[in-house]
Write a protein of this length. Structure first.
Length: 180
């Protein structure tokens, strides 16, 4: 069952899963996530069965664009179709908004294991109907490739990314921390 998470549930997901699933340089502080929820910019969801969290994701929506803010499948449940199911539920939750996904740039690492993980992640999104654009971003020093659903031009992708991130970060932090 897909559940729209309340503040207490977000805190649980954050402290139990997100701190493990995402590297520290990609993880926003919990207070920032909760502020975005309070402001109505972001919503967070979890897919669970029998009380067990199978996956989770966030959507930050602004002016027709929905940026995926963290998406992960419970490592014990990978390879069982949970990721594909989660993406279909994510598409439903995003409604008519253009979905934006960022993935770490494959070329930004020398580590072969990490390159393989990043390539697999991107291929998963491509199999699920997303389009890899040639648009790239650097946010807080991390290089990302940008994907969309449905397919959009690079200029529309960049505009959507800027629109959502300016709302999430504010102009000052955006201007200091984002390169498109």
């Amino acid at each position: 069952m897909l559940t729209l998470l309340n503040e207490k549930q977000i805190e649980y997901i954050y402290n139990t899963y997100m701190v493990v699933d995402f590297p520290p340089d990609e993880l926003k502080p919990l207070a920032h996530l909760l502020r975005m929820v309070e402001e109505g910019l972001c919503t967070y969801y979890a897919l669970s069965r029998g009380g067990e969290v199978l996956s989770y994701f966030g959507l930050c929506i602004k002016d027709g664009f929905a940026l995926v803010d963290y998406l992960a499948v419970n490592p014990e449940k990978r390879g069982q179709g949970i990721g594909s199911e989660t993406l279909e539920l994510l598409k439903e939750a995003a409604g008519d908004n253009t979905i934006l996904i960022e993935c770490e740039d494959i070329a930004a690492t020398e580590d072969e294991t990490e390159k393989t993980i990043r390539t697999r992640r991107i291929n998963f999104y491509l199999r699920s109907g997303f389009t890899l654009t040639t648009a790239k971003a650097n946010l807080f020093g991390v290089d990302y490739l940008l994907l969309t659903y449905p397919e959009k031009s690079d200029s529309v992708t960049r505009h959507g990314y800027e629109t959502v991130y300016r709302a999430m970060l504010g102009d000052e932090t955006y201007n200091k921390s984002m390169k498109l």
